[in-house]
Each structure stands twice: as C-alpha cells, then as structure tokens.
Design a binder for this molecule. Sequence first.
Ligand code: ZN
Length: 284
Amino acid sequence: MAFLWGLLTAFGWAKPLKIVVTFPILKDMTQAVIGDSCDIHIHTIVKGLADPHTYQLRPEDSKTLADADVLIINDLTFEANWIHRLIESSGFKGQTIVATKSIKPRQITPQSTDPHAWHNVKNAIIYVNNIAQGLQNLDAQGAYVKNAEKYIAILKELDQWVIQQWAQIPASARKVMTTHDAFSYYGDAYGVTFLAPVGISTEAEPSAQAIVKLIDQMKAQNIQAIFIENISNPQMVKQIATEIGKDIKGTLYADTLSDKEGPAATYIDMIKHNTLLIIKALQR
Ligand code: ZN
C-alpha cells in the first residue's frame, strides 16, 4: 500500500493533503510550511474573532474533520474544552500533529498547563519544525522541511529583533497589564512581567478579592502599560484602569490574528505589533 501511494504521489496522481488546524496562528505557520505554489487546502476550525478557549462546536466542524488527512493542534489544554468531542463525533482517522511537541510547558497546576507557548518566538520555531516534520512524514514528495527552513530563518531574525527592541527598556520598567494571562511565555523569553485579572483560560471569572489584590499591586508598582486584547472581554481591564486613573494603551493580539487589513494578519506581524505597542506605552 505504501509503495502504491509513493508511486501515485511520484507521478502526481495522489490527491493533495486535506489539513485541518484548530486556530488561525497554526494556519499561518502551516501556510508558510506548505508554501505558495501548492494547492493544499488548510481549513481552520476556530475562525475570525472566535475564542479558541471557549469555542462552541458547529455541526459542519465534524464534517470537515471527517474528510481530513491531518489535524494540527496546539494542545497544552488550549483546545481541551472541545477537541476531544470533535475528534470523536467526526470519526477522524487521519494523523494528528501536536505543534507544541517537545516544548517545556509552564505548569499552572498539576493538571493544567499554560497553552500560549507561541508568544515566545523560539517556541514558534519548534511549532514550525513539528508541523513540517509531521507533513513530510505523510507526504515524502512535499517541500515542507525545505520551506520550513526558510521560514525559520525569518523567525530567528524576528526573535533577535524582539530582544533588541526590549534592550531600550530598563528591566525594572518592564511591567504590563492585559486582559488574560496569555503572555507569560513572552514575558519569560524577553524579560517582561505581565499581570492579568483573568487566568490562562478566558472562561474563568476572577474573584472580587483577586481584583482588589491586583489593583493594589498595580498601584504599588505604578503600572502604566495597560492593554485590552482582540478577543477576550475588555470590561474587567477597563474597570481596573478607571479605578487607578490610567488609560488603556491599545489592543494586543493574544490568541488569534487580525483580519488581512489589520495590524496582526500573520504570526510575524502579531509579534511585531504587540512588541512595538507595549514598548511605545512604556516609553511615554
Ligand atoms: Zn488565551
């Protein structure tokens, strides 16, 4: 069977891979691995401004996955609320690629990990390698690993660029508040402290005590750089900013990208946008 498949692929008779990814950041990375010249279709389950933490499955998701050859997921509990139900209901028989494989997760509790590993560009390189290797194993004729090498060279430059940007800001001033705890991998990688009223998943509501504690902390540390995010509810952060008499400094992209016309249409643009916006707020 493997021989026959190899023969069909070699003569260009095999059908292109049908790939399903869970959210837009994985789609952007997978697109870079596939390259421009290919007719492979990537279907994204959580599109647009939907929140991947709390996504409500639609009947067509199950149909889409049933037809797929490959499912690419973030894992580390990011899609845990719905992915297992989707795999079961679709009867998916293809290969699953875990983009975060071999990344050391930030452990939140013994049962839960922080899924937002992509915000450290060094982790994004691991994502791209995992995606490329997984696709190459399924389709030996594809140029996935070769394309990934080109993209990874750009990501390495991006990582250096982020480090250089942060060199302008003293370590003691690198304190930021945002909507939910999505930026701790970024913070660990580039030496920035992020505070957030909502934890690693957007579904959890903070207690009144936790908010009071956070406000005290923000006043004590004189935190100026306060942001909302593109998908999670901005209400809590707006109230806290009002309470301490500070302005919101803009919108960070945490768990999804912007539309094509927006400032974070690709993974690379998202990292640049977030970095420049935070640094500008800290320089004021
Ligand atoms: Zn998140």
